[in-house]
Design a protein around this ligand. Structure first.
Ligand code: GLP
Length: 245
């Protein structure tokens, strides 16, 4: 690969040129995941840049999640983010398909009467009993998301008797209750992590997260309303775009 240099006559700011160079290193695997990036001093010397400029580049790449810093150690290449599935897949299926070992830890489970709002969303009567499942989802043991599922008790009686530790809820619904989820809708929005979820996810409160609301149906009946918090430093969304016509 040609050795890239900073072009002092380019209209592109120097920090942005250095960013392109470092991204190239990552994309061409000259720097792998968890590899150390040369120090600010070294980069400055190599490319004839001030330390301020180098710092600006590194700060930006850290903010973008491409690099991470370890205080006192240096700056390292971050893992690529996981593309969030935009299909009606279970967490378990989805993580397996990506080569991660999915995990699930119960944070809370209870049955409570549906509020007016929840009843409307789930299409049941207010006061109807609803299962609330709160789970920490992990990939290769690393916390990825907190998922809160609401499922009408009538659809899955005694769901609370089944352990969900390390198990797929969708699988269980299918096997035990014959509920095969066949359609759904989902909203994804930006959010800030509250203190509770931050603790579970190993983030600091106020970190960026993706908030998901999913309603899934089996044969026209709403089975689950899930409200989930996904780590924004580990997930991104990708879609193909159809031409407008
Ligand atoms: C996804 C959905 C959740 C759903 C979960 C089921 O993560 N966002 O709404 O509860 O899948 O996953 P599993 O079957 O692995 O428990």
């Amino acid at each position: 690969a040609p050795l890239m240099e900073i072009d002092p006559r380019s209209p592109v700011p120097k920090y942005a040129q250095l960013r392109e160079i470092l991204l190239d290193w990552i994309e061409e695997s000259r720097l792998g995941v968890d590899d150390a990036v040369p120090s600010e001093r070294e980069l400055g010397l190599t490319y004839g840049l001030s330390r301020m400029t180098v710092r600006q580049t590194l700060d930006q790449l850290v903010d973008e999640g491409k690099l991470y810093r370890v205080p006192g150690k240096g700056t390292f290449v971050a893992r690529p983010k996981i593309e969030m599935s935009l299909r009606l897949a279970s967490f378990t299926e989805d993580m397996r398909a990506r080569g991660f070992e999915p995990g699930s830890q119960d944070l809370a489970r209870r049955v409570a009467p549906a509020s007016g709002h929840l009843a409307r969303v789930l299409g049941v009567a207010p006061g109807d009993p609803i299962h609330h499942l709160e789970r920490l989802r992990t990939a290769d043991g690393e916390p990825m998301a907190v998922e809160r599922s609401n499922i009408p008790l009538a659809l899955a009686p005694e769901l609370d008797r089944h352990s969900l530790a390390g198990r797929s809820l969708y699988r269980l619904l299918e096997q035990e209750y014959n509920l095969l989820l066949d359609s759904g809708e989902q909203t994804i929005e930006a959010g800030l992590c509250d203190a509770t979820d931050a603790k579970h996810l190993g983030l600091t409160a106020g970190s960026a997260v993706l908030l998901l609301q999913r309603r899934s149906y089996a044969n026209g009946t709403c089975v689950e309303l899930a409200i989930s918090t996904y780590r924004a430093d580990r997930y991104q969304l990708h879609s193909t775009l159809d031409a407008r016509r």
